[in-house]
Design a protein around this ligand. Structure first.
Ligand code: GYE
Length: 328
C-alpha cells in the first residue's frame, strides 16, 4: 500500500518519503525514561460510526503491532468531551506520543497546550483542527477533503454537461463541524456553482452513519418530490439513503443518481450493482504511516508539516473490476 501513498512536504521542508522510514532502529523512550525503548502511543479514535472508521481502527492497531509500538486506544463515540478526557489521561500516563483524529475542527487549543507543556508530541491523523498555533502538533496525516468534494462536483458537471434543465441536488453532510463535512461541502460547492442549473435544494447532517442517512433521506423524499441527485459525504449515509429511496418506490442510481465518498467494500458493491453512480476514494489505511511518523517525532526528527494520502475515484465499471481485491 505504500505505493499508493505520497508524502507532500510543505513550507520548504526537505522532501522525505514516509515509506522509506526505517522501522528497526532503536528509539529513545521520550518522557517515560528508564532505558525502556518501547514507544507508547495514546490514540483517541473518533468512534465506530462507519465502515471507513472500522477499517481505520484496524489499520492503526495492526500497524502498531507490526511496528512494536505499545498502543493505548480509546473510542470517543463521536464526542469531543470524550476525546479531551482521553488526551488528558494520556498526558497523565506520560505516553511518548499522542495521536488522534479530532471529531470536530474547533476547540482543541487548551488540551493541545497541556500536551505541549508536558512535552508530549501530538500527531493529527485523518481530520484537522483549526488551531491558529500550528506548533501545537507535529504533523497532520490524512486526506485532502476539499479535493474529494471537487472530484464529486466534477463528475456531476460532466454527467449533466449536455442538459440545460435544472439539476436538483440533496446533500447528506457528515458530522457537523468536522473537517470532512466542512471541506467536502466546500469543494463540491466550488465546482458546481459555476453553473446555476445545479441547485442544492436540501442539505442536512446524517452524522456519517447509515441509520441517520436513511432517516434524513426519508425526510428529504417527503418534502421534495423532484430529487435528481444525492451527494452523500460518505458511503454509509449513501447506503442508508438507498434503503429510503427504495422504500419510496424509486430506483437508486437511475431515478436518483448518487455520489458518495470513501469507497469501502459495501459502497463499492452498491456501485458495482448500479445503485451508486460514482465514489470518491478516501483511504482509511493510515496506520503504517502514522507509526513511521510517531517513531520520528519521538526521536525528535523533523517530519513534514502535512502528509497527504493519495486517492482515486471509481465509476461503476471500475468498481466491478477492483471489487474482489478491495481490502476493506
Ligand atoms: O469519510 C467517514 C468517517 O474522517 C475521513 O469519517 C473520515 C470520515 C469518513 O466516518 O466515513
Amino acid at each position: 500500500m505504500f505505493k499508493r501513498i505520497s508524502a507532500l512536504v510543505l513550507a520548504g521542508l526537505t522532501a522525505m518519503s514516509v515509506a522509506a522510514c526505517g522501522s528497526g532502529g532503536s528509539t529513545t523512550a521520550g518522557t517515560s525514561g528508564g532505558g525502556d525503548s518501547t514507544i507508547t502511543m495514546g490514540f483517541s479514535q473518533v468512534g465506530a460510526e462507519s465502515g471507513w472508521r472500522t477499517a481505520n481502527t484496524k489499520s492503526v492497531q495492526d500497524a502498531a503491532k507490526n511496528a512494536g509500538i505499545e498502543l493505548k486506544f480509546s473510542d470517543a463515540q463521536q464526542k469531543q468531551e470524550n476525546q479531551i478526557k482521553a488526551i488528558r489521561s494520556y498526558i497523565q500516563q506520560k505516553v511518548d506520543v499522542i495521536a488522534f483524529s479530532p471529531v470536530v475542527e474547533s476547540g482543541w487549543d487548551t488540551v493541545l497546550k497541556e500536551a505541549q507543556n508536558a512535552k508530549i508530541p501530538v500527531i493529527l491523523t485523518d481530520r484537522a483542527v483549526d488551531s491558529k498555533d500550528t506548533s501545537l502538533y507535529k504533523t497532520f496525516l490524512g486526506s485532502d477533503f476539499v479535493e474529494e468534494g471537487r472530484k464529486a462536483g466534477k463528475w456531476l458537471v460532466e454527467e449533466y454537461k449536455d442538459s440545460k434543465d435544472p439539476v436538483n441536488i440533496v446533500e447528506l453532510q457528515g458530522t457537523t463541524g468536522s473537517a470532512p463535512a466542512n471541506d467536502r461541502k466546500a469543494g463540491f460547492q466550488e465546482i458546481i456553482q459555476a453553473d446555476p442549473k445545479f441547485k442544492i435544494i436540501a442539505s442536512q447532517t446524517g452524522d456519517f452513519t447509515r441509520a441517520k442517512g436513511k432517516e434524513v433521506m426519508e425526510a428529504f423524499l417527503k418534502s421534495n418530490p423532484d430529487i435528481d441527485v444525492l451527494y452523500a459525504h460518505n458511503d454509509d449515509m449513501g447506503l442508508g439513503a438507498i434503503e429510503a429511496i427504495e422504500g419510496a418506490g424509486k430506483v437508486p442510481g437511475k431515478d436518483i443518481k448518487i455520489i458518495t465518498v470513501d469507497a469501502v467494500k459495501d459502497g463499492m458493491q452498491a456501485l458495482a450493482d448500479g445503485k451508486i453512480n460514482f465514489i470518491v476514494e478516501c483511504s482509511p489505511l493510515l496506520g503504517p504511516q502514522l507509526m513511521d511518523l510517531a517513531k520520528k517525532v519521538v526521536k525528535g526528527e523533523q517530519v513534514p508539516a502535512r502528509v497527504v494520502t493519495e486517492e482515486t475515484t471509481f465509476t461503476q465499471e471500475q468498481a466491478k473490476e477492483v471489487l474482489s481485491s478491495r481490502q476493506y
